[in-house]
Design a protein around this ligand. Structure first.
Ligand code: DSN
Length: 431
C-alpha cells in the first residue's frame, strides 16, 4: 500500500516539476497564491456547513460563517453587485443552479453554439440536457467574431426564451449585450452571463461589465483569469428579489449539500488579492495575449481576428491546418514543453479534427512574464512548427525561458514557488 501512496505522490511531484519547466498556455488555467493555497489544506477541508450563513444544520460552523460572510462581502465589492453566493463548487455547478432556479424542463434557453465557442454546459449532453431545456442558438458574426446582433434579435423575437445565456469558452471579444438589451427587455428575458473565462478581466475592469450592460445574473468558475481555487460563483444585480431567492435555494439544497469550505476560504483570499492587484494583472494578461498573437502572426501563423487586433481578452485562437491540425500541433507542442489545447474554430466541420489551437496568457502572466517573453514564446512555436527544430531542442529552450519565472506575482506574500509540492509528512514506510 505504501508503495501505491508513494507512486501517487511521485507522479504528482513529477507533474509539478514538469509544469515548472513548461510554458503553460491553457486559457482556463492559473496558479493559486500562497495564502490561498494554504487554506486548501486547512481544517475547513474536513467540515460540513450545510445551509446558509447563520442557519446551518451542523454545529461548529462559527468560523465558517465568519469566512463565508467575508467572502460574500468581497465578491459584492469586487463586482459591484448586491447578491453573491459562493457555495457552488464549480462553474458547471453554478450553471446548473441558474438553470434550476430560472428555467423549467422543456423551456427554451438562449445560448451561443458550441462551434462558435460556447461551453459544454449549453450542450444537450451537458447541463442544458440535464435540466431538459431546449437550446435556442444565436447566429454568429464571423467578421466581428461575436454574436450576430440583427440575427440574434430576430431569433429572440421569434423564439422568446425567458432566459438568455451569454458566455464562451473561446472568449476573444466582449459579447454585444448592450446592443441586445432592448430585445431582452421586450421579450421579458433574464440576461445570464457565464463569466468563467473572463471573471478576472471583469474584476480588473478591463473587459465588459455584464451586470451593468443588461444581464442580471452571472455565474462563473473562479480559477481562470480570476486566479482563485477551483470553485464556483453566482452573482446578481438588478434582479427581482424572487430571482436571487431562487438562485440561493438552487445553490443549496439544489446543487450542493455541503459546499467546499476550504475552497471557499481560499476564494476569499483570491478576491482580496484581486481587489489589490486585479487591475494591473488583468491589463498585463490582455497585453500579453495581444503581444503573443502579434508575434505569432509576424512569424506566419494564422492567428484569428487580425482585423480586430486579434483579441481583447486573455485568449487567442490560431488556425493550424497547414501545420498539421489542432490535435497534431498541440501534441507536438506539449512534447516540446508548451502546453496548449486543440480547439474547434469557426469553419471547422468535424469536432474530431479541430483546425485550431487555443492559447491563453493567464498563467504565464501570473509568473511575471511580459510582452518580451511573449515574443520569445512565439519564436519557440516558429522553431518547432516552421523551422524543423526537434521537440527536445525546443523543450530545452522553453525550460530556459521559464527558469526565471517560477514565483507567483500579483498577490500577497510574493516570492513563493508557484509549482511547489507541499511535502508535509515525508516518505511512507516501504511495503
Ligand atoms: N473546459 C474549460 C475550458 O478549458 O474552457 C471550461 O470549463
Amino acid at each position: 500500500m505504501a508503495t501505491s501512496v508513494e507512486s501517487v505522490r511521485d507522479a504528482v511531484r513529477r507533474h509539478s516539476t514538469r509544469f515548472e519547466a513548461a510554458i503553460p498556455l491553457i486559457a482556463s488555467e492559473n496558479l493559486l497564491s500562497p495564502y490561498a493555497k494554504e487554506l486548501l489544506i486547512s481544517d475547513f477541508h474536513s467540515r460540513y456547513a450545510e445551509g446558509a450563513i447563520g442557519d446551518r444544520y451542523y454545529e461548529g460552523n462559527e468560523q465558517v460563517d465568519e469566512v463565508e460572510t467575508i467572502c460574500v462581502d468581497l465578491a459584492r465589492r469586487l463586482f459591484g453587485c448586491s447578491f453573491a453566493d459562493v457555495r457552488p463548487i464549480s462553474g458547471t455547478v453554478a450553471n446548473l443552479a441558474v438553470l434550476k432556479a430560472l428555467a423549467k424542463p422543456g423551456e427554451k434557453v438562449g445560448t451561443a453554439r458550441l462551434s462558435d465557442g460556447a461551453h459544454i454546459s449549453s450542450a444537450p449532453f451537458g447541463a442544458f440536457g440535464l435540466r431538459g431545456v431546449q437550446p435556442v442558438t444565436y447566429p454568429w458574426d464571423e467578421e466581428r467574431m461575436t454574436l450576430d446582433v440583427p440575427g440574434t434579435r430576430a431569433l429572440l423575437l421569434q423564439e422568446r426564451p425567458k432566459l438568455c445565456l451569454f458566455g464562451l469558452s473561446l472568449f476573444l471579444f466582449p459579447l454585444p449585450i448592450e446592443e441586445l438589451r432592448p430585445t431582452l427587455e421586450e421579450i421579458g428575458a433574464i440576461g445570464w452571463y457565464d463569466a468563467a473565462h473572463v471573471l478576472g478581466l471583469i474584476a480588473g475592469g478591463t473587459f465588459q461589465d455584464p451586470l451593468r450592460e443588461g444581464c442580471q445574473v452571472l455565474s462563473a468558475s473562479t480559477h481562470k483569469t480570476l486566479p482563485g481555487p477551483q470553485h464556483g460563483l453566482l452573482l446578481g444585480e438588478g434582479a427581482d428579489p424572487d430571482v436571487t431567492k431562487r438562485l440561493a435555494s438552487a445553490a443549496f439544497p439544489g446543487v450542493t449539500s455541503n459546499h467546499h469550505l476550504h475552497a471557499m476560504a481560499a476564494l476569499a483570499v483570491s478576491f482580496a488579492e484581486s481587489l489589490a492587484f486585479g487591475q494591473e494583472y488583468a491589463r498585463q494578461v490582455i497585453a500579453n495575449a495581444r503581444a503573443l498573437a502579434q508575434a505569432l502572426h509576424e512569424r506566419g501563423f494564422d492567428v484569428l481576428g487580425e482585423q480586430l487586433g486579434f483579441t481583447e481578452s486573455h485568449t487567442i485562437a490560431v488556425r493550424v491546418t497547414k501545420e498539421g491540425g489542432g490535435a497534431e500541433v498541440s501534441r507536438r507542442l506539449a512534447a516540446a514543453g508548451i502546453i496548449t489545447n486543440k480547439n474547434l474554430i469557426p469553419g471547422d466541420t468535424s469536432s474530431k479534427h479541430p483546425g485550431g489551437i487555443r492559447l491563453g496568457s493567464p498563467e504565464v502572466t501570473r509568473v511575471g512574464m511580459k510582452e518580451r517573453e511573449m515574443v520569445q514564446i512565439a519564436e519557440l512555436f516558429d522553431s518547432l512548427l516552421h523551422q524543423g527544430r526537434s521537440e527536445a531542442e525546443v523543450a530545452a529552450a522553453a525550460a530556459a525561458l521559464k527558469r526565471p519565472f517560477t514565483t507567483v506575482q500579483y498577490c500577497f506574500g510574493r516570492g513563493e514557488a508557484a509549482y511547489r509540492y507541499y511535502d508535509l509528512v515525508g516518505r511512507p514506510p516501504s511495503g
